[in-house]
Design a protein around this ligand. Structure first.
Ligand code: PLP
Length: 410
C-alpha cells in the first residue's frame, strides 16, 4: 500500500489551532484578562425565527409516514433550486436555470472538490492572500510542486498579489493559468472587485480558455451597487465561470450546513460538459443535502426570512464599520469593512504574528495574522464583525488606547 504523498507536503500546524494555543497560554498566565475574540470567521447570532420554524416543521414531516423523506435527490430538491434561480439569479438579471444549481452541504466542500474535474497538470492561479482551501485542495491532488517555507509559496502555483500597493485588485497574470480562483468579496482582505474589474477577468478567461472558480460566500454583505453579487451579472461568465455560494454567512448556517454551486451547461471544454461532469460527480460521491436543511434554506427566501437574515447581516456590518472607523481614527491603515464583515489592517513594521502577540498583550484582543492566508498577507491582520456589538465596541476602545504601542509610536 502506498499513501498519497501529496498530503505530506502540507505544512503542519493549522492557523487557527496555533492561535488557540497562544490565546490559551496567555489566559493561563493572565487569568483576570477578559479576552475579546475578533478573529472569528464564524457567525455568532442564533438562527432566525423563520428558519427555526422551517426546521421544526421539516423534522415533524420526517416523523410521519406520509411526509417522510429518505435520500434527497443528488443535485438538490426542486423547491430550493427554483427559489435560488429566481431570487439569487433571475432577480439580478442573470441567466441561470434551476437545473444549473447543485445543492450541497456547503461551499468549503464544493471549493475543495471542484478541482477533481480538471487535469492533474492544470495550472492554478490564486489571489494572495486568500482562503486557504483553494491551494490546499490542489496540493492534496498533486497539482502543486513543493512548498518553500522561506517564501511561503508553492511551486507550480501562480500567485496574484493583492496588497495596498495595487489597492487589493489582482493584476492579470503574465503566465496563463487554466484555473483562476477569485473570492469576491475577499476573505481575508474584505475588499471587492467591481463589475468592471471582474469583466476583465471574464474576458481574459474566455480568451485563454481558462475557468474562473468564483467564490461568492460573502455576497450578502455587499452594499456597493458597482460590486456584483454573482459573476453571472457579468457578460460572458456563462462560458468561463463556476460559482460557489453558501448559506453560512448570509443566514447563519455554519452549523446547519447548506450551500450550492452553479455550473452552467455552457461550460464545455474538449467537447466535455463540466455541468455533466459535476452532476456525475455528485451522483457518484454525494447523496444529497438533507431534506431538513433544504427546507430551512427555502425559508431564507421567504419574505420573513429575507427580512430576518438581512437584519443579521446588518448587525455584523455595524460591527465591521465600528472596527474600520475605530482603526482609522486610531491611525491605522485599514481596508474592507464596507462590503464585507472583514477588516484588513496594515501592521507596519511588525510581522503579522508580532502584531498578534502585541494586540493580545496590550488590548487582550484576538485577531488573525494575515500571513496565515498567504505570503502577501504578511504585515496585515484580520479583524471580523462576527462578534457581539458590545464586545466589538469595547475591543475597538482598547485598541485605540493601545494604538501607540501597536503602531510603534510609543
Ligand atoms: N468560502 C469562503 C471564502 C469562506 O470564507 C468560507 C468560510 O469561512 C467558506 C467558503 C465556507 O463556507 P461553508 O460554510 O458553506 O462551507
Amino acid at each position: 500500500m502506498k499513501i498519497n504523498e501529496n498530503y505530506l507536503k502540507l505544512p503542519g500546524s493549522y492557523l487557527f489551532s496555533q492561535i488557540a494555543e497562544k490565546v490559551n497560554a496567555f489566559q493561563e498566565e493572565h487569568r483576570e484578562a477578559r479576552i475579546i475574540r475578533l478573529g472569528i470567521g464564524d457567525v455568532t447570532l442564533p438562527l432566525a425565527p423563520s428558519i427555526v420554524k422551517a426546521l421544526h416543521q421539516a423534522v415533524e414531516e420526517m416523523g410521519q409516514g406520509s411526509t417522510f423523506h429518505g435520500y434527497a435527490p443528488d443535485l438538490g430538491y426542486g423547491f430550493l433550486r427554483e427559489a435560488i434561480a429566481r431570487e439569487d439569479y433571475e432577480k439580478r438579471g442573470c441567466q441561470i436555470r434551476a437545473d444549473e444549481i447543485f445543492i450541497s452541504d456547503g461551499a468549503k466542500c464544493d471549493c475543495g472538490n471542484i478541482q477533481e474535474l480538471f487535469a492533474e497538470d492544470a495550472r492554478i492561479a490564486v489571489c494572495d492572500p486568500v482562503y486557504p482551501v483553494y491551494v490546499d485542495s490542489n496540493v492534496m491532488a498533486g497539482r502543486t510542486g513543493q512548498y518553500d517555507p522561506a517564501s511561503g509559496t508553492w511551486s507550480n502555483v501562480i500567485y496574484l498579489p493583492c496588497t495596498r500597493e495595487n489597492g487589493f485588485i489582482p493584476a492579470l497574470p503574465e503566465e496563463t493559468p487554466d484555473l483562476i480562483y477569485l473570492c469576491n468579496p475577499s476573505n481575508p482582505t474584505g475588499t471587492t472587485l467591481t463589475r468592471e474589474q471582474l469583466k476583465l477577468w471574464v474576458d481574459y478567461a474566455n480568451t485563454h480558455q481558462a475557468v474562473i472558480l468564483y467564490d461568492a460566500a460573502y455576497e450578502a454583505y455587499i452594499s456597493d451597487p458597482d460590486v456584483p453579487h454573482s459573476i453571472y451579472e457579468v457578460e460572458g461568465a456563462r462560458t468561463c465561470a463556476i460559482e460557489f455560494r453558501s448559506f453560512s454567512k448570509n443566514a447563519g448556517f455554519t452549523g446547519v450546513r447548506l450551500g450550492f454551486t452553479v455550473v452552467p451547461d455552457s461550460l464545455t471544454f474538449q467537447g466535455a460538459s463540466l455541468h455533466h461532469m459535476w452532476a456525475r460527480r455528485h451522483g457518484t460521491k454525494y447523496n444529497g443535502a438533507p431534506y431538513i436543511q433544504q427546507r430551512a434554506g427555502l425559508a431564507v427566501y421567504s419574505e420573513e426570512g429575507k427580512r430576518e437574515v438581512a437584519e443579521q447581516v446588518a448587525y455584523y456590518m455595524r460591527n465591521a464599520r465600528v472596527i474600520y472607523q475605530g482603526l482609522r481614527e486610531a491611525g491605522f491603515e485599514a481596508a474592507g469593512g464596507v462590503n464585507s464583515p472583514y477588516v484588513w489592517l496594515h501592521t507596519k513594521e511588525l510581522t503579522s504574528w508580532e502584531f498578534f502577540d502585541r494586540l493580545l498583550a496590550c488590548a487582550h484582543v484576538v485577531g488573525t495574522p494575515g500571513s496565515g492566508f498567504g505570503p502577501s498577507g504578511e504585515h496585515y491582520f484580520r479583524l471580523t464583525g462576527f462578534g457581539t456589538y458590545e464586545n466589538t465596541v469595547e475591543a475597538v476602545e482598547r485598541i485605540k488606547k493601545a494604538s501607540g504601542q501597536l503602531l510603534g509610536t510609543e
